[in-house]
Design a protein around this ligand. Structure first.
Ligand code: HEC
Length: 465
C-alpha cells in the first residue's frame, strides 16, 4: 500500500499546508433524520388501496412518462434488470416502482433538484406532478387503456466528432485486499501523447461488459512531471505497466497509479450516464504531449462475473479553443488522512456517522492565479456505507447550499453541471459533509479506494476568472 503523499488531484499537492477542519463523530443526532426511513413513508398513497377510480390509464398517462424517464434502461437488453415498456411488466413492477419514484431513487439522479440546493442542467429528476401521476395510477385499479405503439425513448445523444480509444481486452481479478474486497482498479494508457494543445469538451464511455464496469475515470498526466521519486510520470507509468507483463495495464487505486502526479481528471463516468457535454464554452485543457490514462473500476461482488472479460471504449471530444478553460479537482480530505500520522476512521456499528471537512478557498485560488472561480459542476463520491453528502459554501455574505445528495447510491456516480454556475471567491470556504451508516461494518471503516472502505469526495469543475 502506498504511504507517501502523492497526488490524487492537483489540490492534493498543497492540502498538507491547508488549515483544515475535519471531524468524525458518532451517532449523537436524532436517528429519525435518516434518509433511509423516508422510503417507508414516502410510498404512502392517499388514494388508498388498489381498485380506487383514478381515471388514469397506463398507455395514455403513465407510459409516456416511463418512455421518457425509465425505458432507456428498463427494456430488453437495457442496463436495468427488468422492462417497463409494456403494460404487463409495469403492473408486475408497480409496487416497487411506486416506492422507487416516491423515494426518488429512480430514475437515478442523486442531487436534490427541487431548487433548494442548486439548479442542474439536464436534470433527470421527475417533477412532483409526474410522481403523483405514477403513484395515483399504481394506487388505483391500474387500468390499461388503449395500447399504442407510437412511444419512443428519448435520444441519448451522440458525441459529435469523438476520438475513440479502446482499452485492451481485460479479465479483472479480485486483487484489492483489505482496501477493496471485491474489486480491481486497473489503469490503461489511452493517449501516449497529445499531438497538440487542445481542450476536452465532451465524453462518452461504452463498457464492453456492463455487469462489471462500475466506473471509469479519464486522467490527464504531464509526462515530464515527477512520479516515482527520480522518475518522470511517463517512466513511472511504463514501470508500472512492466510489472505485470502477462496482464494489460497496471493497478491504480490512487488516481493513475500510486505515485503518479495527476494533472486533472476530466472524465468521470458511471453506468447510465450517456454522453456528457461540458457546459457551453467550457472544457478542460490538455496540452501537447500530455498522456491520458483510463482508470477502470471493476467490481466482482457477484461471483458469477469472475473470469469474464471487458473491453471498454472511451470516446473523447477535443476542441482546439474554448471560451472558458476549466480545471477538475477531486478533493477528499477524509482520504487524505491516510497520508497523515493518524488516519481517520469511522466508528462501526452506527446508524449515522458524520464526517466533515472544509477548505478555505483563499488557499486554493492563488494556485490557479485566480481571485475567483466559477463552479460549473460537481461530482459527489462515496462508497457503500455512504448515505448522504452535501457541500456548502460559506463566507461573509452567509452560507449557500451548493449540492446535496439525500439518498446516496454507489451505483450511480454522475457529474452534475449547474444551470447557473456559481461564482466562488477567495474569502469563502467550502464544507463537505458525508454521512455514513456503518451498522454492517464489523470494524472501524478506514478511508481507501475500495468499495469496502470509504471516501468523502466532492469533485469540482472550476473555471478561473
Ligand atoms: C439510467 C438507467 C435507469 C433509469 C433511467 C431508470 N432505472 Fe430503474 N433501475 C435501473 C437499474 C440498473 C436498476 C437495478 C438496481 C440499481 O442498479 O440501482 C433499477 C432498478 C429499479 C427498480 C427496482 C427497485 C430499486 O429501486 O432498485 C425499480 C422499481 C425501478 N428501477 C423503477 C424505475 C422507474 C419507475 C424508472 C423511471 C421513472 C426508472 N427505474 C428509471 C436503471 C434505471
Amino acid at each position: 500500500m502506498t504511504t507517501s503523499a502523492r497526488t490524487l488531484s492537483p489540490l492534493h499537492l498543497f492540502l498538507p499546508t491547508l488549515f483544515v477542519l475535519a471531524t468524525a463523530c458518532g451517532d449523537d443526532e436524532a436517528p429519525s433524520s435518516s434518509g433511509d426511513t423516508g422510503a417507508a413513508t414516502g410510498g404512502a398513497d392517499e388514494t388508498g388501496e388498489t381498485g380506487a377510480q383514478s381515471g388514469l390509464r397506463f398507455w395514455s398517462d403513465v407510459a409516456p412518462l416511463y418512455y421518457d424517464n425509465c425505458v432507456t434502461c428498463h427494456r430488453e437488453g437495457g442496463v436495468a434488470p427488468f422492462a417497463l415498456d409494456n403494460y404487463a411488466d409495469a403492473v408486475t413492477w408497480a409496487a416497487a416502482s411506486e416506492q422507487a419514484v416516491s423515494s426518488k431513487t429512480m430514475p437515478p439522479w442523486l442531487v436534490t433538484s427541487d431548487g433548494s440546493c442548486g439548479d442542474f442542467l439536464n436534470s433527470k429528476a421527475l417533477s412532483d406532478e409526474d410522481i403523483d401521476t405514477i403513484v395515483s395510477w399504481i394506487g388505483s385499479e391500474q387500468a390499461e387503456g388503449e395500447p399504442r405503439d407510437d412511444l419512443a425513448v428519448p435520444d441519448t445523444g451522440v458525441l459529435s466528432g469523438p476520438t475513440s480509444y479502446a482499452a485492451p481486452e481485460f479479465v479483472p481479478e479480485i486483487v484489492g485486499g483489505a482496501l477493496a474486497e471485491f474489486d480491481e482498479y486497473r489503469c490503461f494508457l489511452l493517449e501516449p501523447g497529445m499531438d497538440r494543445d487542445t481542450f476536452l469538451t465532451g465524453y462518452e464511455v461504452v463498457p464492453g461488459n456492463e455487469a462489471i464496469v462500475h466506473h471509469v475515470l479519464g486522467i490527464v498526466l504531464d509526462p515530464e512531471a515527477e512520479g516515482e521519486p527520480g522518475l518522470t510520470n511517463r517512466e513511472t507509468v511504463e514501470a508500472y505497466d512492466a510489472e505485470s507483463p502477462d496482464r494489460a495495464g497496471w493497478p491504480c487505486f490512487d488516481g493513475a497509479g500510486p505515485e503518479t502526479d495527476d494533472k486533472s481528471i476530466p472524465v468521470a463516468w458511471a453506468p447510465g450516464q450517456g454522453v456528457v457535454d461540458y457546459p457551453d464554452g467550457t472544457g478542460v485543457a490538455v496540452a501537447a504531449g500530455e498522456m491520458i490514462v483510463a482508470q477502470i473500476h471493476y467490481n466482482l461482488a457477484d461471483p458469477a462475473n469472475i473470469g469474464s472479460s471487458d473491453q471498454t471504449t472511451v470516446n473523447l471530444r477535443f476542441e482546439d479553443e474554448v471560451e472558458h478553460p476549466g480545471v477538475m479537482l477531486l478533493p477528499d480530505l477524509f482520504l487524505d488522512t491516510l497520508y497523515g500520522s493518524e488516519p481517520a476512521s469511522l466508528p462501526h456499528g452506527e446508524e449515522s456517522v458524520e464526517y466533515s471537512w472544509s477548505i478555505p478557498l483563499g488557499f486554493v485560488f492563488p494556485e490557479f492565479g485566480a481571485d475567483s472561480m466559477k463552479l460549473y459542476g460537481v461530482l459527489p463520491h462515496m462508497h457503500d456505507y455512504g448515505r448522504r453528502i452535501d457541500m456548502r459554501v460559506s463566507g461573509p455574505a452567509g452560507e449557500v447550499c451548493a449540492a446535496d445528495v439525500q439518498a446516496w447510491d454507489f451505483n450511480w456516480q454522475l457529474m452534475y453541471f449547474y444551470d447557473n454556475p456559481m461564482t466562488l471567491t477567495a474569502d469563502q470556504t467550502i464544507t463537505v459533509t458525508c454521512t455514513y451508516n456503518t451498522l454492517n461494518a464489523s470494524e472501524p471503516v478506514t478511508p481507501g479506494w475500495g468499495t469496502q472502505n470509504e471516501m468523502c469526495l466532492m469533485g469540482l469543475f472550476l473555471v478561473p476568472e
